[in-house]
Design a protein around this ligand. Structure first.
Ligand code: GDP
Length: 139
């Protein structure tokens, strides 16, 4: 069993897509083992995306991520990291495959509706960034 970290980003919450996205998560075999609806501060968004701090889009992207409430999730499934990224689709919705969350819902590369860890090390870092062990429960 593998765990990954997911976010329904502010543009998804703003457009009332929480239910639709959770439905896709559950119907694709992921167990939601932790979940929190919250508002990230700019500093939290910057800390979370620290690997991107030298990128030209860093300031705008972290402003967007802290512009409204998000839903933070820990998902569990065999092959959860790769399978969640497949379900989300490509970073830029223009490149995303049909039937993916980003193809169906994302507005553009920055308002792209969802986040997912890209490797076991980043999943571990990202889960621990927002959740303590006592908040994560398998079922
Ligand atoms: P992800 O793992 O698919 O989310 O993509 P990355 O880790 O490469 O980038 C993190 C987030 O930064 C993406 O989800 C986008 O919202 C944003 N991002 C990535 N590339 C660009 C870009 O070229 N321009 C802007 N404005 N945002 C970007």
């Amino acid at each position: 069993m593998e765990r990954t970290f997911a976010i329904i980003k502010p543009d998804g919450v703003e457009r009332d897509l929480i239910g639709k996205i959770l439905e896709r998560i559950e119907s694709n075999g992921f167990k939601i083992v932790a979940m929190k609806r919250t508002l990230l501060s700019k500093a939290q968004a910057e800390g979370f995306y620290d690997v991107h701090k030298e990128r030209p889009f860093f300031d705008g992207m972290t402003t967007t991520m802290s512009s409204g409430p998000v839903v933070l999730l820990v998902l569990e499934k065999e092959n959860a990291i790769a399978d969640w990224r497949k379900l989300m689709g490509a970073t830029n919705p223009a490149d995303a495959e049909a039937g993916t969350i980003r193809k169906d819902f994302a507005e553009n590369i920055e308002r792209n509706t969802s986040h997912g860890s890209d490797a076991p090390e980043t999943a571990a870092f990202e889960i621990a960034f927002f959740f303590s062990q006592t908040e994560i429960h398998s079922h």
